[in-house]
Design a binder for this molecule. Sequence first.
Ligand SMILES: CC(C)(COP(=O)(O)OP(=O)(O)OC[C@H]1O[C@@H](n2cnc3c(N)ncnc32)[C@H](O)[C@@H]1OP(=O)(O)O)[C@@H](O)C(=O)NCCC(=O)NCCS
Length: 227
Amino acid sequence: MSDIVAVGPTSGLQYVRIQPHMCKALEALELEAFPTALPEDLYDEEGFLEVAEDFPEGSVIGFDGDGRDEPVAIGLGIRTNFDFDHPQHNMKTFLADAPTASGDDPAGQWYYGTDIVVRPTYRRRGIGKELYDMRKQIVIDLNLAGIVAGGVIPGYAKHKDSLSADDYLAKVSAGELYDPTLTFQIENGFEAVCALSNYLRDPETNDYASLIVWRNPDYQSPDGGNS
Ligand SMILES: CC(C)(COP(=O)(O)OP(=O)(O)OC[C@H]1O[C@@H](n2cnc3c(N)ncnc32)[C@H](O)[C@@H]1OP(=O)(O)O)[C@@H](O)C(=O)NCCC(=O)NCCS
């Protein structure tokens, strides 16, 4: 049994750190959560095992009920020194350039969110918000600068013929359009910085994603500043 690190205040889910024995079931949950993405772009069992090895303290996995054998929620991340002057990247090259198999750089000052998933039948009950709140707490506890991530923008599929990806992000950020993922992230304190091209292959959205950022207000940088 893994130690429970939190009980969801809204959902009652039990959250634990990622462990090797759950990684096969996490692979199945990942495929269920991203039905239009290409499986080779998603975490598989091996990828989850690498995170469990390198940076389990950056993860939260949600289970429903006392049996705790069926994961229903995933929040994962790695540490990195993100280059905001050159933000274009995709997951594959980004992880391949890092010093460990999982992509985690123990000297990294940012938490890079690699995965956030709620089983479809458990959505819209506040579990996603719990995952983001726990991530923020991890970042505060480890004194990291903030959270950076590439977010999918499923709602862009309906607008890709009339709007550039950056114009779409601007309209979602202004509240003029709703995106099932980005709107939720903005409500959780994130800012959409720019569109990422060729981020994750998904023909529905022409492979676009958004670079999103949340800054830790309590961060103390190694040189004594807070930005
Ligand atoms: C994005 C995702 C993680 C959100 O998870 P979730 O558990 O549904 O998130 P929440 O329940 O906290 O919030 C989702 C919405 O439900 C609403 N909601 C929360 N509790 C609710 C309730 N009891 N009744 C009605 N609505 C509720 C929230 O206000 C939010 O609304 P919004 O879409 O207008 O922002 C989930 O949809 C998912 O796994 N998507 C596929 C994978 C994915 O896109 N991951 C992100 C990759 S970048």
